[in-house]
Design a protein around this ligand. Sequence first.
Ligand code: ZN
Ligand code: ZN
Length: 253
Amino acid sequence: MKFFILASGSRGNSLFVESHHGRFLIDVGLSARQIELRLHSKEIDPASIDAIILTHAHRDHVAGVGVFANRHKLPIYGHPETLDNISYLLKPHPKIKPWTGEFAIKDVRFTPFRVSHDCHPTHGYLVQENNSVLGVCTDLGVVTNEVKQHIRQAHALLLESNHDPNLLMNGPYPWHLKERVSGRLGHLSNHNAGELLKEIFSPHLGRVVLGHLSQENNTAALAYQTVLEYVGADKESIIDVVEQKNVSEMYYL
Ligand SMILES: [Zn+2]
Ligand SMILES: [Zn+2]
């Protein structure tokens, strides 16, 4: 399995995953045009994508889903309420695939798990091909046991490291937004991400990409340094950070 991040952050999210027999996008939070450009940058034909899988209905995760799905005739998988919540974005014909739990597409098994966020419902996913598991875990305010139980299984993980609490509190956001971001239904701080990783780290976790960084209240260096303080400097080579403006490298697992 391999994956790369087309975009991560409050201005748009999308993750590409490829198995032996399938190609998938988790979230389509950029315009269809931007998604296509970023797929082309890795020499991936947008027409070769098999399905879209959604985490939740916030705009930064679904902005381009209607146009992109329609243009490439793609099925859209999501929790039934998530799909209801984005119906305004979809053309009449679309292939809507509500899931009710684990589901498989081609040779890949998707296991959703609930996360605490101010969009109901919001889910993370384990994406599994044979014995390789990728965890996708962004947009959550607190770490629950359900989250830990799932991401412990991951060999690679896209994990939210949204903000530095000091930058957030002293930054430009109005108070209600500061409360929202740092609250139980908001986003994980660098410290939250570090604590979580320290707790769940195991020898099979070989790659962590920190994502959904706030452009106002975080920097890549701060996220990286803070998380390393928790997990230890010996993990340096397996921690990476993806910034909103950049397409990530291709990761293999
Ligand atoms: Zn988001
Ligand atoms: Zn969100």
